[in-house]
Every structure is written in structure tokens, then in C-alpha cells.
Design a protein around this ligand. Structure first.
Ligand code: 5AD
Ligand code: SF4
Length: 439
């Protein structure tokens, strides 16, 4: 790679989960603090950061088609090619391979090392391609600049990594072991987010409900502390593992008014045999028992989950158990995926991989069942009066979009502004959104 002038503008493109969105925002803040400016809309940047996702094959391959497009179409103002940095979980998983496969890439930086971007950029400018996929013991967060400007609904990563080793999943390899950030750092960052305009904070972690600090405090203690921040109206958290759903956290759904009535608790399958093969370490019955406890303290809780269809060896009868579970729970919204074999995971080499056509058909049936549930949940909300946090303008003149406490998208027409928390009556329900009327 030839030496090139230092980048003056950047663009960060994040793919995948909300933790990547958070990391993307932090990288943008770091670059801004280095004197590199966000590229104006419609203008190509000198530095492009692709913040990638490795969870399924399709997501992981996307990075290479994006690189191809940038190489072909993008030019800096001076006509030279932009500097391309690959960050995120593909960077962590593939490291040097990316350099070999994509000669246009100047920087590869993993999710635990992106605080070192300034040094990596300095190397790249001198023509030295650099890979940094270390997982340094010191946490990157201390090395990042403070939060300045955020929207009304902000993310805060409190925990990273995973020790669960589900047999299909790359996360324990790409994000490393479970690590919790210290309590006081998180309260400080939350305060900064509120000062910067946040009214709602979503606490993020691959196993957010496994968050625990050195003093043994669990996530509910952190939620209680954040609930004391004046100006912060709403708290959410995602994503959780059924086995880490403690009594204390469940009770927080009853006791902490600012904690929203929404729980994303992935189950993946409705078959105990498949759950064992997935190494999920919970059963259908133990999962349902957790939901029952949550519903006992917070009857209006909106439930959400993740599902994988076509895990190796999944029979038609086992798949039917998943559909039955979906119908029994009555989810408010869910994510569902076709199983994707990931290199290095135990499931990738299991016998009886399911044919793509079978997976397609199962996914369609599962999503049909999920849609029925979602529409029913939204219809059951009709006539309710609730607070909506206004997040952005809608498509029609005077229309605004926001979220209900149950994380439903609500649109309505009124004279309000972004960040307002307004009382609305829910008057029309579709599968994906509701119409409201300002009270
Ligand atoms: N194939 C398909 N879906 C997967 N997920 C994780 N790994 C895979 C995979 N190999 C899904 C799980 C998880 C969500 C984030 O992504 O449902 O909860
Ligand atoms: Fe992946 Fe399982 Fe860990 Fe979730 S709990 S990140 S699915 S290994």
C-alpha cells in the first residue's frame, strides 16, 4: 500500500447488532477528537470504517462486496483511493485473511482494540498496513473520549463477551470472555449521555443480564442507580440469557418505574433435544418458568426472542415444537434466522445439516406464526394510553415516530419535537406499527 495524505474526513458504517452501533458511535467520536471530520452527506470520505458482523455467513460476506464497491467507485477529493479500515467481528475472526483477500484494506481492527485507531491510521498513512486484533486486558472504554451529542434513545455497552459457547455461535470467539464494566464508569457515562440529550438508555451486552461488578452487584443495582438520574426517563436492556435472569432483576421490573416493560429473552428453539445440541443449558420448561415469573411481577411485559430454524439434525417434529412454543408465549416481536454454519464452531461439523430449501420453508412458517402473535399483541394495545418517546419525523408532513413503553413503533401527527415524551392513545394497529392520537 503506498503512503497517502492523512484522512481529513471519515465515514463509519456499522452492520449487525446494537453493540456494533454503539462501537460505531464511539469510533466516530474518537476520530472526531483526532481532528478528522464526519464526511458531509453525499460526499465520499477519505477514511471508511466498515464495522462488521460475523454472526451469519451472509453478514460476514457483505464486507467483501462493500470493499469491492468502495474500491471501484470511491475517490478522495484528490483522486486517490480512500483508506479502508475493517473493524468489528469479521476483523476479529479473519484478521490477516482480510489483508490477503482484500489488498485495498489498510487497517484491520478488532472490537476490543478500536481505541488504538489513531496509531493504526498513522501507520496506514505511511503505507504500513496494520492488523490489531488483540484483546488487551485494559478496557478500551477508558481510552475513548467522553460522549457529547446523542439522540433521545442512546445505547450504553455495560458488558461484553460471552462464556456460554452455544454450539452455533461465533460470539465467544470474536468478542471474547464475559467482561463487565465497572459500576461507577457506567453511572458516569449514563450521566454524560443524559447531559448530551438522551432520555432513554438501553444497556447493552451479549449477556447483559450477566453483568456483575467487583462488589457482586447485579444488573438490577445498576438499573436502580440509573433510575435516580434526573432527566433520564426510560431504561431498557438487551440481550439476555434465560439462565442469568435473577430474581432481583425480575423484581426490578416491578419496582423500578423507569425500567420499561419489555424483555428480549432468546430461546432459539422449542425442542429440548435441539436445545441440548445447541448447548443452551436451559430447557423449554425452565425458559417458560422464567417468563412466568416475569409476567407475575409485570403482567403487561412485552416479550421478545431470537429463533434459529434448521439447526443440524432438527426434525420436522422438533421444528413444530418451536412453532408451538411461539404460539403459547405470545411474543410482541422476535428475530428469526436460518441456521448458518460458522467456521470453528462445533455445530458447523455436526452431521445432518439441513437443506437450504427446508430451512427456507421452516423460516416462512415460523415467521408467519410470529407475525400472527405480533399483530395480536399490537391489537391488544388498542385503546391504551401511554407515553411515547419521540425519536424522528415520519414520512408525512407533521407526522412523528416514537416508541411506546412496549417498544412498539407509534406514529402520530402533532406539534411536538424530537426527544419529547408525550401521552398518546393507541388507535390503530398493524403488525409492525401503531397509529396514535396525542392526548
Ligand atoms: N446461525 C443463525 N443464527 C445465529 N445466531 C447466532 N449464531 C447464529 C448462526 N450461526 C442468532 C441467534 C442469536 C442472534 C443474535 O443471532 O438467534 O440469539
Ligand atoms: Fe452466542 Fe449463545 Fe453467547 Fe448468545 S449466549 S452470544 S447465542 S454463545
Amino acid at each position: 500500500m503506498p503512503a497517502s495524505p492523512p484522512p481529513r474526513t471519515y465515514r463509519v458504517k456499522s452492520f449487525g447488532c446494537q453493540m456494533n452501533v454503539y462501537d460505531g458511535e464511539r469510533m466516530a467520536e474518537l476520530l472526531t477528537a483526532q481532528g478528522i471530520a464526519p464526511a458531509p452527506a453525499g460526499e465520499e470520505a477519505d477514511l471508511v470504517v466498515l464495522n462488521t458482523c460475523h454472526i451469519r455467513e451472509k453478514a460476514a460476506e457483505k464486507v467483501y462486496s462493500d470493499i469491492g464497491r468502495i474500491v471501484k467507485d470511491w475517490r478522495r477529493k484528490d483522486g486517490t483511493a480512500p483508506l479502508i479500515a475493517v473493524a468489528g467481528c469479521v476483523a476479529q475472526a479473519e484478521g490477516e485473511e482480510i489483508m490477503a483477500r482484500a489488498p485495498a484494506v489498510g487497517i484491520v481492527v478488532g472490537p476490543q482494540a478500536y481505541h488504538r485507531l489513531p496509531a493504526l491510521i498513522a501507520d496506514a498513512v505511511q503505507g504500513k498496513r496494520a492488523v490489531d486484533t488483540d484483546m488487551p486486558a485494559e478496557m478500551k472504554f477508558g481510552a475513548l473520549p467522553a460522549r457529547r451529542k446523542v439522540g433521545p434513545s442512546a445505547f450504553l455497552t455495560v458488558q461484553e463477551g460471552c462464556d456460554k459457547f452455544c454450539t452455533y455461535c461465533v460470539v465467544p470467539y470474536t468478542r471474547g470472555a464475559e467482561v463487565s464494566r465497572p459500576f461507577s464508569d457506567l453511572v458516569d457515562e449514563a450521566q454524560r449521555l443524559v447531559d448530551a440529550g438522551a432520555r432513554e438508555i438501553t444497556l447493552l451486552g451479549q449477556n447483559v443480564n450477566a453483568w456483575r461488578d467487583g462488589a457482586g452487584r447485579g444488573l438490577e443495582r445498576l438499573i436502580e442507580a440509573l433510575a435516580q438520574l434526573p432527566g433520564l426517563a426510560r431504561i431498557r436492556y438487551t440481550t439476555s440469557h434465560p439462565n442469568d435472569m435473577t430474581e432481583g432483576l425480575i423484581e426490578a421490573h416491578r419496582d423500578v418505574g423507569k425500567l420499561m416493560p419489555f424483555l428480549h429473552l432468546p430461546v432459539q428453539s422449542g425442542s429440548d433435544r435441539v436445545l441440548r445440541a445447541m448447548n443452551r443449558s436451559h430447557s423449554v420448561a425452565s425458559y417458560l418458568a422464567v417468563l412466568e415469573r416475569v409476567r407475575a411481577v409485570r403482567p403487561d411485559i412485552a416479550l421478545s426472542g431470537d429463533f434459529i430454524v434448521g439447526f443440524p439434525g432438527e426434525t420436522e417434529a422438533e421444528f413444530a415444537d418451536t412453532v408451538r412454543l411461539v404460539e403459547a408465549v405470545g411474543y410482541a416481536q422476535c428475530f428469526s434466522f436460518k441456521y448458518s454454519p460458522r467456521p470453528g464452531t462445533p455445530a458447523a461439523t455436526m452431521p445432518d445439516q439441513i437443506a437450504p430449501a427446508v430451512m427456507d420453508e421452516r423460516l416462512q412458517r415460523l415467521q408467519a406464526a410470529l407475525n400472527v402473535g405480533q399483530l395480536a399483541f399490537n391489537q391488544a394495545s388498542l385503546g391504551k394510553r401511554c407515553a411515547v418517546l419521540v425519536e424522528r419525523k415520519g414520512k408525512l408532513p407533521g407526522q412523528w415516530l416514537g416508541k411506546s413503553p412496549w417498544l412498539q413503533s407509534v406514529h402520530f401527527t402533532a406539534d411536538v419535537g424530537i426527544g419529547d415524551l408525550v401521552e398518546v392513545e393507541l388507535i390503530e394497529a398493524g403488525a409492525n406499527s401503531l397509529a396514535g392520537r396525542l392526548l
